[in-house]
Design a protein around this ligand. Structure first.
Ligand code: AMP
Length: 403
């Protein structure tokens, strides 16, 4: 008798890249991880690490024409390590899908109806959903017999009440164009809020958590008893915190002003706010390591960019304290949140009145494990909780196909 299949391949398909991980859900072990970059260019690169087979990283350079060729190359790499996609041990393929609108509140087995709905959401996620669809179609062609599951970045936020999700604009116009706050990074907010509750020895239903997902993209969420009640990203991932290259919150009139006074087109303004703003717009760098290095050398532009970043974080910490009423924990996660101790210290400085503080020695510890950085006995637990979106996608995918 063959044992039930326990492996899940997680695919995160971008417009010119595919990130992947193969996990065994029997013990949540990562068997292989990799990335195909610059798909469609002459300088494509596939980086593959077969963790199960000793962990030697292999890098292959050379043109990869499209997503189909990319996935076939990934399949060949996996097969070389005895982890081929034709394996009977593969239970499902889990896809990260950025926008699930209001319809998809949970992971969903993909069929033509589901694909059509993801397609219908392209106008609200023009950068992401088309690439996700391409990834799904390519994987379906490779293993048509296997369940393919969509795990949506927006799903965790669908519990937001109407008063948090609606913009205060004309209702008919908003509804006609599906304009509302959807939120993103939901897989990370779900995983980190749950892990934070476990770190406190509690069930997620017992605790209120503010999650600060601070990567190149950044978002905050207010999670009450395991359910998201507010989050900082909105119709698109542009709203909210200051990010690596995105402005976050601005007066919407800035856009009319740029059009009327600077003569910029909608596409040019889109490019400015998404790619040439945030930390990079303020000081030319979006990597927090580089910004800290420049601050240490006395660079004023870097110092001001850092202060603006921190000021916005504090505003959201205050706002979500008010939204939640009682905060049990604040969790820092993603590239900046997990690694940049000065960001954590600065964000918490002066918030003693809200019961929030960090202990300098605890904050300086580097570790891959979830850990508390607040002082002993603090009323609000401040934690660093490394995120793991791939594990969460695999977990949700496996739970759905084995239910
Ligand atoms: P992510 O989008 O979660 O991969 O985060 C990427 C960002 O994390 C980078 O742009 C850096 O700003 C930041 N980052 C990564 N490692 C460190 C580090 N050791 N110290 C400070 N910031 C870091």
């Amino acid at each position: 008798m063959t044992a039930n299949p326990t492996r899940v391949l997680v695919l995160n398909s971008g417009s010119s890249s595919v990130k992947y991980q193969l996990l065994d859900m029997a013990d949540s072990a990562r068997l292989a991880v990799g990335l195909v970059e610059r798909i469609g260019e002459e300088t494509s690169r596939l980086t593959h690490t077969p963790l199960a087979a000793g962990g030697e990283r292999r890098v292959t350079d050379g043109p990869i024409a499209d997503h189909d060729a990319a996935l076939k190359a990934v399949a060949a790499e996996l097969a070389a390590d005895g982890l081929g996609l034709d394996s009977p041990q593969l239970a499902a393929i889990g896809h990260r899908v950025v926008h699930g609108g209001l319809k998809f509140t949970a992971p969903t087995v993909i069929d033509e109806v589901v694909l059509a709905e993801i397609e219908r959401l392209v106008p609200v996620a023009p950068l992401h959903n088309p690439a996700n669809i391409t990834g799904i179609r390519t994987a379906q062609a490779l293993r048509p017999d296997l369940p393919q599951v969509a795990v949506f970045d927006t799903a965790f936020h669908t519990t937001m009440p109407e008063h948090a999700a609606r913009y205060a604009i004309d209702v008919a116009t908003a509804d006609a164009h599906r304009i509302r706050r959807y939120g993103f990074h939901g897989t990370s907010h779900a995983y980190v809020s749950r892990r934070t509750a476990h770190l406190l020895g509690k069930d997620p239903s017992e605790v209120n958590v503010i999650v600060l997902h601070l990567g190149n993209g950044a978002s905050a969420s207010a999670v009450a008893g395991g359910r998201c009640v507010d989050t900082s990203m909105g119709l698109t991932p542009l709203e909210g915190l200051v990010m690596g290259t995105r402005s976050g919150d601005i007066d919407p009139a800035v856009t009319f002003h740029l059009k009327r006074v600077a003569g910029m087109s909608a596409d040019e303004i889109d490019d400015l706010l998404n790619k040439r703003s945030g930390l990079v717009g303020l000081c030319g760098d979006n990597d927090m390591r580089e910004i800290r290095r420049r601050i240490d050398e006395g660079d004023e532009a870097a110092a001001l960019a850092f202060d603006i970043y921190i000021h916005r974080l504090k505003k959201y910490l205050g706002a979500y304290t008010a939204v939640l009423g009682r905060v049990d924990a604040v969790a820092f996660t993603a590239g900046v949140g997990e690694n940049a101790a000065p960001v954590r210290a600065a964000a918490m400085a002066g918030l003693e009145g809200l019961g929030m503080a960090v202990d300098a020695d605890r904050n300086a510890v580097r570790s891959d494990e979830p850990r508390l950085i607040s002082p002993e006995g603090a009323s609000v637990a401040v934690a660093v909780v490394p995120t793991d979106e791939e594990l969460e996608i695999a977990r949700q995918t496996y739970a759905l196909v084995t239910a």
